[in-house]
Ligand binder design. Structure first.
Ligand code: HEM
Length: 130
């Protein structure tokens, strides 16, 4: 059995992202929400997500975007974020171990919290952005 290692290279990021979104697409709760928004543009989405995690974890600045805005109008609530995080944690832990692997999970959790708050605020204010 090969020893698990930390997330150290762009190839590692690609492995993590590909594996995570394969599971997300197969998930009965999250799958339809992603398919509805992304449609035939999965290659583009995966490339954006490689860039995002490459920037966050490897410090190579290939992502410039405002992810908050992309999530604000999604039809999601607490249970969707819990499912997203649970699949993400599982994927990270099955493939990697170490400081960066822990950071990936920490970052995802902080962002889930932020998106969740923004969405709740957006709903409460009946569509008025911020
Ligand atoms: C309920 C959970 C989530 C759902 C259903 C969801 C869904 C989506 C969808 C459909 C897109 C594509 C948006 C578009 O191109 O119009 C997207 C983009 C993205 N998501 Fe999420 N997401 C979730 C949680 C998260 C979390 C926790 C993170 C934190 C790492 C994250 C990070 C991103 C990033 C960085 C993008 C790219 C934004 C851009 O185009 O610049 N998402 N997400």
């Amino acid at each position: 059995m090969t020893q698990k290692q930390d997330i150290l290279t762009l190839d590692d990021i690609k492995q993590l992202v590909d594996s995570f979104y394969t599971r997300v697409r197969a998930d009965e709760l999250l799958g339809p929400i992603f398919e509805e928004r992304i449609k035939e543009n999965w290659e583009r989405h995966l490339n954006i997500m490689y860039n995002f995690w490459q920037t966050v974890l490897l410090g190579e600045r290939t992502y410039q975007g405002s992810p908050g805005m992309k999530h604000i109008t999604l039809p999601v609530g607490e249970e969707h974020f819990e499912r997203w995080l649970s699949i993400f944690y599982k994927t990270v832990d099955e493939l990697f171990t170490g400081e960066k692997a822990a950071e990936a999970k920490w970052r995802a959790e902080r962002m889930a919290e932020m998106f969740s708050d923004k969405i709740a605020h957006f709903k409460k204010n009946r569509g008025a952005i911020l």
